[in-house]
Design a protein. Sequence first.
Length: 331
Amino acid sequence: MNPKYLLAIETSCDDCAVAILGHDNQILADVIYSQIDPHAPFGGIVPEIASRQHLGRIAGMVQKALSEANLKAKDIEAVAVTNRPGLIGSLLVGVQFAKGFAQALQIPIIGVHHIEGHLLAGLGEPDFPEAPFIGLIASGGHSALYLCDADHQITTLGQTRDDAAGEAFDKIGRLLGLSYPAGKEIDRLAQTGDADRFEFPIALRSRDTLEYSFSGLKTAARLKIEKQVLGEQDRADFCAGLQKAVAAALLAKAQLACERTQIKKLVLGGGVAANSLLRAAAEELGLREGLKIYLPSKKHCVDNAVMIGKAALRRFRAGERAAFDFPVEAS
Ligand code: KG4
Ligand code: ZN
């Protein structure tokens, strides 16, 4: 099956995202309500608030996507929704809405793994590599390396033992007095910073493991922040050094994964892949090591529904059908 118009919904965390794709991955609508404000006073995501926000927004966001695409609900021929992993209350809102929508129109629905979405966010783009490829997904909830094989089966090669890279940015950003999520602001501050002034540790440097660890970085950052009052230039230098260490840590293991598997294609994704230094360093790595690097647009690095739609379209084309009783899984 290759649906003419597919509706995709992503509510696994704090973004209420809806997209409509054409059968050839054409993006007809791509709307997101980012719940930054309601969570801001708490310095992080409050699951209860997130699910209530999704509940209040989802119908309106679907309506907004339909009008952006100039379509009516009855034009939609298939539905895709993130059903794992994520905050259970948030996932349930998206999945129940999607199932109701599909049920009412008697059209097929597919549940998509959030990471599969991140890995396939670039599908249909001219420079997106053919599988097999190695995926590096770094976000607020994940920092991991994956093998996407020729059949698009995804295996985890290594993941973080503790914090995710984005989580480390957000927690350290909080110590710096930045609002949540801090990654983008750290990226901005770092633009005018000297990356060599503050040194941050890179954990698990050994070539024996494809795992990450970012908790030591967090402690090192806290100790530096407690030791001195950081002025404006100090903060810029601090952020520059911090993102340099994170980018080096992420890419060292990605390079190792490519070497071990002999796969010379690396796809990045997740919110941290929007980081300008990581993007530049990944391009450099590609040139130096002869790897084909794929970077989604910044908009499609962070959570979005286009990536869920693309993963689902691939599955539909491969003949997959989903029953209405697919589960919702937090992890
Ligand atoms: O993929 P995403 O939108 O949501 C999760 O699945 O977690 O990623 C959000 C994470 C946050 O931790 C945020 O601070 C980080 O991505 N982030 C960045 C940048 N933009 C977002 N980190 C570094 N540099 C950026 N430009
Ligand atoms: Zn994500």
